[in-house]
Design a protein around this ligand. Structure first.
Ligand code: TMP
Length: 239
């Protein structure tokens, strides 16, 4: 196990540490929750532990199916080892069902099934509030090369197909999700996390929300929803 060195970065939900292995970072998941670009703040009890384990399950499952990710291994309740990344400052959102900002922007009822997946890009900038951008902005601003974006698009859509099928089996509808990518040793790989913080999960039958929208919209039982996702993925109850 590599030795933890200094903190490189602290975000809204995670801290990243350098290690004595130049190819590995240590990521620590926090219980802090924010929404609306940090305007709403709170704590979700055990979120860090749950999101670390949930992300671990998804990354492992995706790696088994050929998706390159930064995940190496879980090292404690709320920490995982990952490959070092030079992050591409683009948030990639994939949507299967209209919700959130898409429902609002296009005047669609939340829950409208999209006839094909929708891919969106947002420029990662807290200062600007993550504005939506397209391939032309990404190219003109030099955020990533066209070849890197082609790879990112292909991986994002493959992750969507794999996750849709995997989650259907757990009686979860994958409404939408956000991915981040980075470059490791010249190759584009999937980074960040995959959790109820970054995905919308609805119960297939009741359509109950099992994700961070419970926090964003003050729906109550936030911890219970994250625990339910953990239980459906691992078959174990969280205690
Ligand atoms: P949106 O409908 O608010 O644009 O969100 C789309 C998806 O992206 C949803 O699953 C939540 C996720 N998301 C993040 O992970 N981080 C963010 O900062 C935002 C705005 C959304």
């Amino acid at each position: 196990m590599p030795r933890q060195l200094e903190r490189l970065y602290e975000g809204k939900a995670k801290r990243v540490y350098r290690t004595d292995d130049p190819d590995l970072y240590l990521v620590e998941y926090k219980d802090d929750a924010t929404a609306f670009n940090g305007a709403k703040k709170g704590t979700i009890q055990n979120k860090g532990v749950l999101n670390n384990q949930i992300s671990g399950v998804f990354f492992r499952m995706l790696e088994e199916r050929g998706i390159p990710t930064h995940f190496v291994e879980l090292v404690s309740d709320r920490e995982m080892l990952v490959k070092t990344l030079e992050i591409v400052p683009v948030e990639v959102v994939v949507r299967n069902i209209a919700a959130g900002s898409l429902a609002k922007r296009l005047g669609l009822a939340e829950g409208t099934v999209l006839s094909s997946p929708v891919l969106e890009y947002y420029y990662k900038s807290d200062e600007l509030g993550d504005p939506m951008i397209n391939d032309y902005h990404i190219r003109a601003l030099g955020l990533a090369s066209p070849e890197q974006m082609e790879r990112i698009r292909d991986i994002a859509l493959a992750v969507n197909s794999i996750m849709l099928e995997y989650l259907a089996d757990k009686n979860i509808d994958l409404v939408d999700f956000k991915l981040e990518f980075g470059i490791h040793k010249g190759a584009v790989i999937l980074g960040d996390e995959i959790s109820p913080d970054t995905c919308r999960f609805w119960d297939k039958h009741t359509r109950e929300k099992l994700d961070k929208d419970r926090f964003r919209r003050d729906l109550g039982n936030v911890e219970g929803a994250y625990e339910e996702v953990f239980k459906r993925l691992t078959g174990k109850s969280f205690s």
